[in-house]
Design a protein. Structure first.
Length: 196
C-alpha cells in the first residue's frame, strides 16, 4: 500500500504499516454513530455481524476515577455512544451492563454517560467503557455487542449509504493517533496488530 500525502494535516496517519488486510474491505453501518458524526475516521476499530456488515466498536475513556456506586460516568468526548446503547466496563474481571438513559454534553472537557443502575466497579481515570449487547445485572455477565476484528484503513463518509473501507487485520498502528480509546483488553482481540 502506498500513500502520497503532500499535506501533513490531511489525515492522522495512525496506520503506520499494513501487512495484511481483508480483500475487498467491508461495508460500515452508519446507523451506529451519533447523529452529529458525519465521517468515521481512519483507525476506528470495527466488529462484524452475522450478515457481514461492519460496526463501530464503541469505547469511551473515563475522564476521572469513578466509585463502585457511580451511575453518571464522566468520559472524554471522543466516543460514539447514544442514549439506549448498553454500557459496560472493558476490564478483565467482567462487568454488569445497563442502558444509557442520558448523555450530558454541556461541559467542554467531558461528557457524562448516565445509566439507571451502577456497574458496581471502582474504575480509574483512563479505564474504558464499551458497548454491551443487553442488560446484565451480574458482575461479569456483560457481553460486548461486537468483538473488534479489524481497524479501518480509511475514513468513511457516513452521509452516503453502503460505503466501505479497507480493513487492517495485521500491521502497526500509532495508538496515540487512534480516534477512539483502546486498552490492553481491547487490543487482545487484535493479536496481529502492533500498537505503538
Amino acid at each position: 500500500m502506498f500513500v502520497n500525502n503532500e499535506n501533513g494535516t490531511e489525515r492522522s496517519l495512525c496506520i503506520e504499516q499494513v501487512y495484511e488486510d481483508i480483500p475487498g474491505g467491508g461495508i460500515v453501518d452508519p446507523d451506529d454513530f451519533k447523529t452529529t458524526t458525519t465521517v468515521m475516521p481512519e483507525g476506528a476499530l470495527l466488529g462484524k455481524d452475522s450478515n457481514g456488515i461492519y460496526h463501530i466498536f464503541k469505547t469511551a475513556e473515563l475522564y476521572e476515577n469513578e466509585a463502585n456506586t457511580e451511575v453518571a460516568y464522566k468520559v472524554h468526548k471522543n466516543h460514539e455512544f447514544v442514549v439506549g446503547d448498553f454500557l459496560m466496563a472493558a476490564i478483565d474481571t467482567g462487568s454488569a451492563c445497563y442502558a444509557i438513559t442520558g448523555i450530558t454534553t454541556s461541559n467542554a472537557n467531558y461528557d457524562v454517560l448516565t445509566i439507571g443502575t451502577t456497574l458496581g466497579l471502582a474504575m480509574l481515570d483512563g479505564d474504558m467503557l464499551v458497548q454491551g449487547t443487553a442488560e446484565a445485572a451480574s458482575a461479569g455477565a456483560g457481553v460486548y455487542k461486537y468483538d473488534p476484528v479489524a481497524i479501518a484503513l480509511n475514513s468513511v463518509d457516513l452521509t452516503n449509504d453502503n460505503l466501505g473501507c479497507g480493513l487492517l487485520v495485521r500491521g502497526t498502528v500509532n495508538q496515540s493517533l487512534l480516534p477512539y480509546g483502546v486498552d490492553t483488553k481491547i487490543k487482545a482481540f487484535l493479536p496481529l496488530v502492533r500498537f505503538i
